[in-house]
Design a protein around this ligand. Structure first.
Ligand code: SF4
Ligand code: MSK
Length: 671
C-alpha cells in the first residue's frame, strides 16, 4: 500500500523547495519526494536482514534462530551488508582522490590545460610532512613528487598508507596494535569485497574490524588526498561571501548548474565562464552572461573557493530543473539522480554527463579530459548558451540567503591567532573554560524519507543554543546556509551566550562551513590539532565532540561515520539504521547494532549509533560532551556564567545614560 502523500511543508522546511514542489504538483511532475511516498521500503532489507550475496538466496532471516541457506547467521549477514556499503563509500571518495592525484601529476608536468598550482604554501607544507624535499625546488618538482607519493597510496600492497602519520600519535599506536592501519587504499576495498563473497569471512567482529580498516583508507587516505590536492590546485579556502538557494538562478542570464563532487571540471567551468569570448557568446544569444550555480558537493567546492552560489543541496537537484531556467545541468560523479534526464525532457534543460565513469541514458555526454580542460569547459558552456533560446516559462523562487563559507583548518588556525601566532589555543581555552561546551560536526546528505533540511536544522539550532560550536560539510552545510546560520551577526541571536562571546571576539559565524564530503578530513585535522594544542587530552576520543549525520542516505556517509568512530568520535546517524534488525520480533537481531556502539567504544573510544528521534540525538550528544568534559576534569558547563562581555555587553551599556555607562565602564564618571 502506498504511503499517504505528504504536504509541501512535510516534504521540506525550505520555502524555495516547497514552492517548487507545489509547481511540480501543478504541472504533474514527480520528484524524489513523491517517489519516496510511493515506494514502500523493504523492512527486511532495511534492517540488514536480507542477504543476496549468492544464487542460493536471497535469504531473508525473519525468524528466531533462522540462518541463510549456507548457514550464515543474522549478525554475519548484517556485518557483511554494512562493510559492503562502507567499501562502496570508501571507493567513491578514494577514486575521487585518485583522480585528483593524477590531475596534480598532469599539472606538475605541464599536461593539463588551464590549471596552475594556486597554493604553493600548502604544497610545501604537505610535501614536507612526508619528507619530500622542498627547499630550492620549483613547485612543479615538488608537486610531481607529491603526486607520485599520493598515486602510490592506491595500489600500495604492504606497509602503511602515508597520510596516517597525520593522526595523533596515540591513535596511530592504537591502530597499529589493532592491525587496522590500511596497507593500501585499493587493497582494503578489494579485501572487503573478497571477505564478503559467499563462503569467506563469517565472524561479524572480524568483518567489522576490516570495515574499520577500509574506512580509514578513505578518511586518512583517499579523502584526505582529495582535499589536499584540491587545495593545492584550486586554493585553500578562506572566508568569502556567497549565496545559497534556488533564488540564485537568474532570469536574464544563461544558468548553468554544476552538480556532483569533483572540483576539476567545475573549477574550469568557472574560469571559462569569465572569459571574454564566453561572455560575448552569451550576449550574442540575448543573455546578460553566464550564471553558474552548484548543487551538492560540487556546490561546496566552488562556493568556498570562488564564491559561486549554491542552488541547493541533494534534494534540490530536480527542483532546479523545475524552475525552467536552467540551460544545462553539468554532472560529474556521485549523488546524481537518474530521474534528472526524464525530468529535463519536460523543460529545455540539457543534462550533460562529463565523467568517463558516469553516463545516463538520454543525457548528452561531453567527456572531460584534464589535458583539454579549458577547451571542454568552453564547449559545455557554448552548448548551454545555444540552449538559452529554447527556454520556456520560468518559475524561480525569490528565496536566497547570504553565507560565509571557507573555514579550512588552515584558516581556523589563522583566525584564532593571526599570522604570527596561529594556533588552536583560543578554541581549546574556550572549551576548557566552558564558554564553548563542545564541538559538533553536523554533516551529510538529505533524504526524502524525512522532511528535507528539518533534522539538520533542528539539531544544529538546539546545539548552538547549548553553546556547542558547529562545523559542517556537505548537504548539511547548505541546509544551514539557507537558514542564515553561516553568517556572522545574523546567526548569533540563535546561539548560547558563551558561544556568542567567542564568535563575536573572533569574528566568526556560529556554524563553520568546512567544505564538501571529502572535506570531512578537515574535521579530522582540526580534532588532531586540538589534541596537539593540549588541554583536551592526548587523543581525539577525549575531546568533548560529536559527529552527526541526521539525514544520511549515501554509502559514503557510512564510510565517513566509521572512520570518525575509528578516530575516536561518537557518531550518530538519524533516519533508519541499516543494522537495526527487528529486536521486537527476532531475538538478538540487534547484535551488530550493539557491537557498533558498545563494542567499538571499548576498542576505539568512539561509537556508531542510529538514532531516529532528533531530541534523543541532541540529548545523547550533550550527555556525551558533558561526560567528556567531566573525564577531562573541566569546569561543569554552566551557561549563566557567560554573556556579560563582548559585543552584547557593549550593546547593553549603550542603552544606559552617559554617567551610568561611564560608571559601569570605568568605575566612576569621567571628569
Ligand atoms: Fe543466502 Fe548464504 Fe547465499 Fe547469503 S551467502 S544469499 S545467506 S546462501
Ligand atoms: S553531496 S554524499 S548527498 S552530503 Fe556530497 Fe550531499 Fe551526501 Fe551527496
Amino acid at each position: 500500500m502506498p504511503k499517504e502523500k505528504r504536504s509541501p511543508e512535510q516534504y521540506s522546511i525550505d520555502p524555495a523547495a516547497q514552492e517548487m514542489l507545489i509547481r511540480a504538483e501543478e504541472i504533474g511532475i514527480g520528484t524524489a519526494f513523491t517517489r519516496a511516498d510511493n515506494m514502500v521500503p523493504c523492512n527486511i532489507g532495511g534492517a540488514g536482514m536480507c542477504c543476496k550475496l549468492c544464487g542460493m538466496g536471497p535469504c531473508r532471516l525473519t525468524k528466531d534462530g533462522q540462518t541463510g541457506v549456507c548457514g550464515a547467521t543474522l549478525d554475519t549477514i548484517q556485518a557483511r551488508n554494512l562493510i559492503r556499503a562502507i567499501a562502496a563509500g570508501s571507493a567513491a571518495h578514494s577514486d575521487h582522490g585518485r583522480d585528483m592525484a593524477f590531475t596534480l601529476k598532469a599539472v606538475a608536468n605541464g599536461e593539463a590545460e588551464g590549471y596552475i598550482i594556486r597554493d604553493v604554501a600548502k604544497l610545501r607544507v604537505v610535501a614536507a610532512r612526508y619528507g619530500i624535499p622542498v627547499d630550492g625546488r620549483a613547485p612543479e618538482e615538488i608537486a610531481n613528487d607529491l603526486a607520485d607519493l599520493y598515486i602510490a597510496q592506491f595500489g600500495q600492497q604492504k606497509g602503511e598508507i602515508a597520510p596516517i602519520i597525520r593522526a595523533p600519535e596515540k591513535r596511530q599506536k592504537l591502530w597499529k596494535e589493532l592491525k587496522v592501519v590500511p596497507r593500501g587504499i585499493d587493497r582494503e576495498v578489494v579485501e572487503a569485497l573478497h571477505r564478503t563473497h559467499m563462503g569467506d569471512d563469517q565472524d561479524p567482529e572480524h568483518i567489522l574490524q576490516h570495515a574499520v580498516r577500509t574506512s580509514l583508507a578513505d578518511g586518512w587516505g583517499g579523502s584526505m588526498i582529495a582535499t589536499d590536492v584540491a587545495d593545492i590546485l584550486f586554493g585553500t579556502p578562506a572566508p568569502l561571501l556567497g549565496q545559497a538557494n534556488l533564488g540564485v538562478l537568474k532570469q536574464d542570464m544563461v544558468n548553468v548548474v554544476v552538480h556532483g563532487h569533483e572540483p576539476t571540471l567545475s573549477e574550469m567551468i568557472v574560469a571559462a565562464s569569465q572569459t571574454p569570448e564566453i561572455i560575448e557568446y552569451a550576449r550574442a544569444a540575448g543573455a546578460k552572461g553566464v550564471n553558474l550555480a552548484g548543487i551538492c558537493c560540487t556546490a561546496n567546492e566552488i562556493l568556498m573557493r570562488q564564491g559561486i552560489p549554491a542552488a541547493g543541496n541533494f534534494l534540490q537537484q530536480e527542483l532546479a530543473i523545475l524552475t525552467g531556467a536552467v540551460e544545462a545541468m553539468v554532472v560529474d560523479v556521485q549523488c546524481i539522480m537518474q530521474a534528472l534526464v526524464g525530468l529535463a525532457e519536460n523543460f529545455h534543460t540539457k543534462v550533460i554527463t562529463t565523467s568517463p565513469k558516469v553516463k545516463i541514458k538520454g543525457a548528452t555526454h561531453i567527456e572531460f579530459d584534464e589535458r583539454h580542460a579549458l577547451t571542454i569547459a568552453k564547449q559545455i558552456l557554448r552548448v548551454a548558451i545555444d540552449n538559452y533560446q529554447n527556454r520556456g516559462a520560468t518559475h524561480i523562487p525569490d528565496v536566497r540567503e547570504s553565507l560565509i563559507p571557507g573555514f579550512s583548518h588552515e584558516y581556523i588556525n589563522y583566525m584564532l591567532g593571526g599570522s604570527y601566532r596561529a594556533s588552536f589555543r583560543p578554541l581549546n581555552d574556550a572549551i576548557v573554560a566552558g564558554r564553548i561546551r563542545g564541538v559538533a560536526a553536523i554533516v551529510g546528505c538529505n533524504n526524502p524519507r524525512s522532511t528535507h533540511d528539518y533534522l539538520h536544522t533542528k539539531v544544529t539550532r538546539e546545539l548552538l543554543r547549548q553553546d556547542v560550536l558547529v562545523v559542517q560539510t556537505g548537504c548539511g552545510a547548505i541546509a544551514s546556509a539557507k537558514l542564515g546560520l553561516l553568517l556572522g551577526e545574523a546567526g548569533l541571536d540563535q546561539v548560547g551566550l558563551g558561544l556568542r562571546e567567542v564568535c563575536e571576539t573572533i569574528g566568526i559565524p556560529p556554524v563553520l562551513h568546512m567544505g564538501s564530503c571529502v572535506d570531512n578530513t578537515r574535521i579530522l585535522t582540526v580534532l588532531t590539532q586540538m589534541v596537539e594544542e593540549g588541554g583536551l587530552g592526548d587523543d581525539i576520543d577525549q575531546i568533548p565532540a560529536v559527529g552527526l549525520a541526521p539525514e544520511w542516505m549515501s554509502e559514503k556517509a557510512l564510510a565517513i561515520g566509521t572512520y570518525c568512530v575509528a578516530s575516536g568520535a561518537y557518531v550518530m546517524f538519524g533516519g533508519s539504521s541499516p543494522v537495526s534488525g527487528m529486536p521486537d520480533k527476532v531475538e538478538d537481531s540487534d547484535i551488530v547494532a550493539r557491537y557498533l556502539s558498545e563494542g567499538w567504544e571499548k576498542i576505539y573510544g568512539g561509537k556508531l549509533e542510529f538514532v531516529a528521534d532528533p531530541d534523543e540525538m541532541i540529548r545523547r550528544a550533550l550527555a556525551h560532551i558533558d561526560h567528556k568534559r567531566a573525564a577531562l576534569g573541566l569546569a561543569e558547563y554552566k551557561p549563566e556564567r557567560f554573556g556579560r562581555s563582548g559585543d552584547d555587553r557593549m550593546r547593553q551599556l549603550e542603552q544606559l545614560p552617559l554617567v551610568e555607562r561611564q560608571q559601569a565602564l570605568y568605575g566612576s564618571p569621567v571628569k
